[in-house]
Design a protein around this ligand. Structure first.
Ligand code: 9WN
Length: 446
């Protein structure tokens, strides 16, 4: 699908859109997807609030309205559980519960002792912690509006509680890193990285549930029924143990992207604490400890890449995905040079792929159109762009920035793109696609 079929104003004959037109079109996507309290990732496919989507959306929204960006984040933080976790979905009460599966009845979060505030319906799992980073950047975009609304002092305690949950309850591997207990928690659901660990999970039978995603997206762009059967089994087991993290887990892993994002957010917490006149050292100390643990535990020198670790057998999973490039954005990363070489090498072909492929182009499971098994995603590419700037790779960063803009314009803000030919896949008018474009346009004009 080209931009001309969905956004006539954007680009004719596939040429990159004019920045002002692109900014207008991206803003319009975010305005259309705003529900009054928060932004849905996509009107049809994902009609509720998602955790890491909200953080990425905030990063773009702050250039449209500082006030709305603050509201976006605060509505998510308002669904925080008693144990500090931020749920991966906050269900919109105005949306019929059957519009997305699995819906609030499946998750039954209110039954958990650790659960959400009364009257708020959520899922029970988490997503990567981009929130403190988003809060800090939102403040920095308009410090006066932030101070006027007491934004930082309201969000800081909640963000600290969220990181405490990850550091204490989710250190399942005992090395200081946060673990995930469901592939959805990585945000990169059907990445081939999770295939091995998922083999141990007995799937629900396909006839026992009704998927809603296929009403809105092509089945070839989505996870399979077998994947879904396993996702549901894992989620139901966790639910049936009251979302207790000390219960046995059939699936548990340390993911490099989630932990790298936690490090970025811990640095952001130091910034927030400093701005509030509170001690910031503990956040810097924690960020440094996490960085050491990330490198010591998940960096594989032979592959020149960060790998996930399977906590059931204790081994690193020898599959290269874009999650392993996300640490490029971590300050003072000792292996940045090697990691940059991997990004530019055959596996990812930075600069010669459309966005950053979500999985190794030379890998046995590479599928250029299927979700997290190959396509380039805008949010991940945005973080890697930040990493390239951090590592002084200005030319690579500029090329990626140009691709992000062009791909968004030409696909009508697709959810993800084929990394080989740039064709749009999944949903259109996707919120974090619009948001990351807005942020990059703002960076350029600054
Ligand atoms: C399950 C909302 C979310 C993203 C995830 C993406 C997808 C959900 C789904 O959509 O996951 O959480 O139904 O497939 O994988 O990263 O946050 O955009």
């Amino acid at each position: 699908m080209t931009a001309s079929s969905t956004h006539p104003a954007l680009s004719r004959s596939g040429a990159p859109a004019d920045p002002a037109e692109l900014r207008r079109a991206a803003t319009a996507v975010l305005l259309r997807n705003w529900t009054g309290r928060s932004t849905v990732p996509s009107r049809g496919l994902y009609p509720h609030q998602w955790s890491w989507d909200s953080a990425f959306i905030t990063l773009g929204l702050r250039h449209v309205s500082a006030r709305r960006a603050q509201q976006e984040l605060e509505s998510l933080l308002g669904a925080q559980w008693a144990d500090g976790r931020l749920p991966h979905i906050v269900f919109d009460p105005a949306t019929p519960s059957g519009a997305y599966f699995p819906g609030p009845e499946f998750w039954d979060a209110g039954a958990s002792a650790a659960g959400p505030p009364a009257g708020v319906r959520t899922s029970g799992i988490i997503q990567p912690p981009v929130h403190a980073l988003a809060a800090w950047e939102t403040h920095r975009a308009n410090p006066a509006e932030s101070a006027r609304r007491g934004f930082l002092s309201r969000v800081y305690p909640r963000l600290v509680a969220w990181h405490r949950y990850l550091g204490e309850r989710r250190d399942l591997g005992g090395r200081g890193l946060a673990a995930i207990v469901h592939p959805w928690e990585s945000g990169m659901d059907n990445s081939p990285v999770w295939d091995g660990p998922l083999d141990r999970v007995t799937p629900w039978s396909p006839g026992s549930f009704q998927r809603r995603d296929l009403d809105h997206a092509a089945s070839g762009d989505r996870p399979t029924d077998l994947d879904y059967g396993r996702y549901l089994r894992l989620a139901a087991d966790y639910r049936d143990h009251g979302y207790d993290d000390t219960a046995p887990h059939t699936f548990a892993a340390e993911d490099p992207a989630l932990n790298a994002l936690l490090i970025l957010s811990e640095h952001a917490l130091a910034g927030i604490a400093g701005a509030l006149g509170l001690p910031a050292e503990r956040h810097e100390t924690r960020a440094a400890a996490l960085t050491r643990a990330l490198v010591d535990t998940l960096y594989d020198p032979d592959m020149g890449h960060f790998l996930a670790r399977d906590l059931v057998d204790g081994e690193r999973i020898r599959e290269c995905s874009a999650a392993g490039l996300v640490p490029l954005a971590v300050p003072r990363l000792p292996v940045a040079g090697e990691l940059l070489r991997t990004a530019r090498g055959e596996r990812f072909r930075l600069g010669h792929s459309h966005l950053v492929p979500s999985y190794d182009r030379t890998g046995h499971a590479f599928e250029p159109g299927r979700y997290w098994r190959g396509p380039g995603w805008f949010n991940v590419s945005w973080v890697i762009h930040r990493g390239l700037l951090r590592q002084g790779a200005a030319a690579d960063a500029a090329a990626l920035r140009e691709q992000i803009r062009t791909s968004a314009a030409e696909t009508g803000f697709a959810e993800y793109v084929d990394p080989l030919n740039g064709a749009g896949r999944g949903a259109r008018d996707f919120s974090w696609t619009a948001a990351t474009v807005l942020d990059l346009l703002a960076q350029e004009s600054a």
